[in-house]
Design a protein. Sequence first.
Length: 363
Amino acid sequence: MLKHRRISRKRAAVSGGAVVALLGAAVTFQTANASDDVPQFEARVLSADAAGKLASSLDAKLTDGDTAGAYYDAESRTLVVTVVDEGAAATVRQAGGTARVVEHSLAELKSARQTLKTRATIPGTSWAVDPVTNKVVVTADSTVKGASWEKLDQVVKGLGGKAELKRAAGTFTPFVAGGDAIHSGGGRCSLGFNVVKDGEPHFITAGHCGDTGSSWSDTRGGEPVGTMVDSQFPGNDFALVKYDKDVEHPSAVNLYDGGSQEITQAADATVGMRVTRSGSTTQVHEGEVTGLDATVNYGNGQIVEGLIQTTVCAEPGDSGGSLFSGDAAVGLTSGGSGDCTSGGTTFFQPVTEALEAYGAQIG
């Protein structure tokens, strides 16, 4: 039986702390808004989930030429939306957000991303738009050196103020395992979230954990409890496993302290959102979302796009595991660099994308 315990509400949905830029460079709310005019409307105080919903509604009103993204300020509990002119700023303020005028639009930053994809797709690199710094932050792991580093450096410099290059410790690799341990063919991964598809129980995990048709058990060498009915990796990194025997499948995440966190919904990540990860190797760790729509080059042709970038640590054995904020499912552990001793960068597959692809719901 997958040993999820019932609910202990020991985790707050959102904790305090200033918004930080990609890979941890602190930017305070006051600094971020130094260029703002006095707002005509008072910014709404929001939870991280509500801020994400407001960001989505503003996405429908603003074009890529109007804005450069949004982030959640956990200290003031407001949504900050970056815009390029006062017309767009008025729209944001009227909706209850805080507007911050910046130099580069999202359209310009997306063009910079395309340049990186065309000219600098190098194993051991990643890039993501950071709305706090209004740049595409390019990160290279320890394997990028010599001619590869020089090439990457020149491409980034050619993008001027639209991009910056940073170094990450360790090597970008897909992690293998997460939440409650699940096993297949001698390998170990982790259950992400229990879901319902067509009225029947399933669970989602990382796509790199296994292939379509593979059997999965909740103990090493144990009797199978489910079959992987679809696996998508690279490109995406999610998979769907259908339970094929009667096991307990609560909508909860193991907190490894004798309790669990109930999961009632799925939510899109927002830069600045405080999140928690549960994994079978390193158990429970917290951090912050620092980038969205990240592209990661794991090497050997394994390129994954559309990932959530975070400061949450993880190690081999944590893949597929749960990333959540309060009672909301946010991501599935994909990979990254570093460890939970010195810290690191970890990427997550958005849960909402996996649910939409499979026509499944949290349940």
